[in-house]
Design a protein around this ligand. Structure first.
Ligand SMILES: Cc1cc2nc3c(=O)[nH]c(=O)nc-3n(C[C@H](O)[C@H](O)[C@H](O)COP(=O)(O)OP(=O)(O)OC[C@H]3O[C@@H](n4cnc5c(N)ncnc54)[C@H](O)[C@@H]3O)c2cc1C
Length: 458
């Protein structure tokens, strides 16, 4: 049995810790904030407690659902179509054009083809692009490294423009991808988008947990030892282990473990690990994050057919918001729920929006909304949430650099890394990276025991 410290109690860190615990190791998670869960578990003070309702798909979120099963989470999980309260289907994104919504609930790409959103030629372009995504996306999933490097040479915007045509690229392919990733499509890697596109374009079979995605966080945090308000300031390899220095309520402390898993955002890794190998330092310097800004409008309940829907607003139509998500506030003590519309800023304007005043942003959101079928509405409350480093950018070159990083020879001894930036910017990405880090460490310890070696290359 080895002692392992996991730095960071987001989904990646918690998943890794739970897997290592199950493999018989002694594990402790150090989390800087007062509650675990990272991006999934924390609601900013200025953000209303929305039932965001992450939904999962049995074909794509394989590791998340396997984890949920092992943790006995989601016993009451329901198909979204059955009206689960926390429901959202990623394939259910309506496109707004000339004040009308196009796209059919849960039908993915086919839902746009069946409407008059696009002229006939553009519909053919969209259909053939969908078929291409299916072909290449499947290959990417099966044989990653070889295909990733081959396809990670151009942006999704260029690829879509070339193979699907201007209308299909600007009205459907681009806006849906920007809404899903917060990344401008002229930066987004074609390799990442073609693989992720399977999830965006294939008709969904989504299921949701009864209390939303945070059920996973709660179940993990109940099983592993998480020390809150422990901000790790340094991780250093030593001959027989790795030392972690951390601050807890102003006190400096340290601990020696057999291995450490660093599961913080890539932007924070070099602050924590001062002595990375050159390959590792180069990789972490290259990872960039996109900001997210949401204007949350709290209003009287909207009609049920609109609930849990998402709309994308193509930039070509002159909107500053890229998408509108209709959700509900957490039920209050009397079980009452209120509708919340969140308008997310387009990647094209989000940097400027971070500096704009709340009043101006709310006013603009209402203007964008007045051009949708929702029209002018009375708002009870409005809040703006700003997250400067929210989402890892899977831009051109990033997927290839991840492949090289994973296979690097020159590794900091006894230190492993986990985080969504290594797989995909979503729950499945965080969970998968945590599982992979745990598997690698468990294997290394087993091999070291067999060979009687003390040199661990996690
Ligand atoms: C606004 C928003 C909405 C999203 N919605 C969805 C969605 O609907 N569906 C979906 O699938 N995904 C969604 N995502 C993405 C998903 O939440 C993330 O991909 C996932 O949670 C990332 O997990 P992680 O563990 O890799 O990183 P993080 O969540 O960033 O966790 C890192 C943890 O490390 C801690 N930490 C940092 N520094 C230190 C330190 N020095 N010492 C100790 N601890 C430290 C942090 O406090 C944090 O808890 C959303 C993300 C955002 C920002």
């Amino acid at each position: 049995m080895a002692s392992i410290v996991v730095v960071g109690g987001g989904l990646a860190g918690l998943t890794c810790a739970w897997r290592l615990l199950r493999a018989g190791h002694q594990v402790e998670v150090l989390e800087a904030s007062d509650q675990p869960g990272g991006h999934l578990g924390v609601v900013d003070a200025d953000e209303p407690e929305i039932d965001t309702g992450e939904s999962f798909d049995e074909r794509f979120d394989v590791n998340t659902l396997r984890l949920a099963q092992q943790l006995d989470v989601g016993g009451v999980r329901q198909p979204v179509s059955a009206g689960a309260p926390h429901a959202r289907d990623r394939a259910d994104v309506a496109v707004l054009r000339d004040g009308r919504l196009y796209g059919e609930r849960g039908r993915g790409l086919v839902g746009y083809l069946a409407t008059s959103l696009l002229p006939l030629g553009a519909r053919l372009g969209l259909a053939s692009y969908g078929a291409r995504a299916l072909l290449w996306g499947r290959r990417l999933r099966m044989a990653r490294a070889e295909w990733v490097q081959r396809l990670d040479t151009t942006s999704y915007a260029e690829d879509a423009l070339r193979f699907a045509g201007r209308d299909a690229a600007q009205l459907v392919l681009g806006p849906v991808a920007e809404a899903a990733t917060s990344c401008p499509t002229y930066e987004l890697s074609r390799a990442f988008a073609l693989e992720a596109g399977l999830r965006w374009w294939l008709p969904g079979r989504p299921i949701a947990f009864a209390r939303g995605g945070r059920e996973l966080v709660d179940a993990l945090a109940a099983r592993v030892r998480v020390r809150r308000e422990c901000e790790v300031v340094a991780v250093e390899s030593e001959t027989d282990g790795a030392r972690v220095r951390y601050r807890v309520r102003g006190d400096e402390r340290n601990a020696l473990a057999d291995a450490v898993v660093v599961a913080v955002s890539a932007a924070h890794v070099s602050r924590v690990c001062a002595k990375l190998t050159p390959d590792e330092a180069g990789f972490f310097e290259s990872v960039r994050y996109a900001p997210r800004l949401g204007v949350h409008l709290v209003l009287a309940p909207l009609p049920a057919p609109l609930l849990n829907r998402s709309f994308v607003l193509p930039r070509r139509e002159g909107h500053a918001s890229i998408s509108i998500r209709i959700g509900r506030l957490r039920a209050d003590d009397e079980g009452q729920r209120t509708t919340v519309l969140t308008l997310w800023s387009s990647p094209a304007v989000v940097e400027d929006d971070l500096r704009a005043s709340d009043g101006a942003l709310v006013e603009r959101a209402l203007r964008d909304l007045s051009r949708t079928p929702i029209g002018r509405i009375a708002v009870r409350d409005a809040r703006v949430s700003r997250r400067p480093n929210a989402v890892p950018l899977f831009s051109v070159g990033h997927p290839t650099r991840v492949e090289r990083f994973v296979d690097r020879i020159d590794r900091t001894p006894r230190v492993a890394f986990a985080g969504d930036y290594l797989v995909a910017p979503d729950v499945e990405g965080g969970v998968t990276s945590g599982m992979r880090a745990a598997t690698r460490i468990a294997r290394e310890f087993a091999a070291a025991r067999t060979e009687g070696s003390a040199a661990l290359r996690c």
